[in-house]
Write a protein that binds this ligand. Structure first.
Ligand code: THU
Length: 139
């Protein structure tokens, strides 16, 4: 482990993302994506993209990952990586940043194209569940 690994087995996480990518259903883009994350209970969850003939209904790999998180008992995401077929790290799309934020542990880390970043760096000033709770408490 190097000094900037933050104690996360990024190679293991990346291997899980690459394995997930093999299950992608991508007849339209031919661009398989695999995502994997470490949860706060030490579990690894993963997902692949699943496309649709109605293109806009495509499910990104992150959608399947969040499903895997909940099917396995829930929890919060601590570290995340997403890869393409060339095993390159790719960035979660805008919608999926919001999806990940919803399920993030505080300080969640992402391996990005510009190194390890926190969820707050990847989605600054995010709107999330705490905003709803704050208003509900005040009324
Ligand atoms: N894709 C993901 O699965 N996750 C992302 O964060 C970026 C894009 C997928 C959606 C589509 O199936 C393919 O990549 C090409 O856009």
């Amino acid at each position: 482990m190097t000094a900037n690994d933050h104690g996360v087995d990024w190679d293991g996480l990346r291997a899980a993302a690459v394995a997930a990518l093999d299950h992608a259903y991508v007849p339209y883009s031919n661009y398989p994506v695999g995502a994997a994350a470490l949860t706060d209970s030490g579990r690894i969850v993963s997902g692949c993209n699943v496309e649709n003939a109605s293109y806009g209904l495509t499910l990104c790999a992150e959608c399947a990952l969040v499903g895997d998180l909940h099917m396995g008992g829930g929890g919060k995401l601590v570290a995340f990586v997403c890869v393409n077929r060339a095993k390159e790290t790719i960035m979660p799309c805008g919608r999926c940043r919001q999806l990940l934020y919803e399920h993030s542990a505080e300080g969640m880390l992402l391996e990005t194209v510009s190194g390890i970043r926190t969820i707050d760096e990847v989605l600054p000033d995010a709107f999330g569940p705490r905003d709803l709770e704050r208003v509900a408490e005040a009324t």
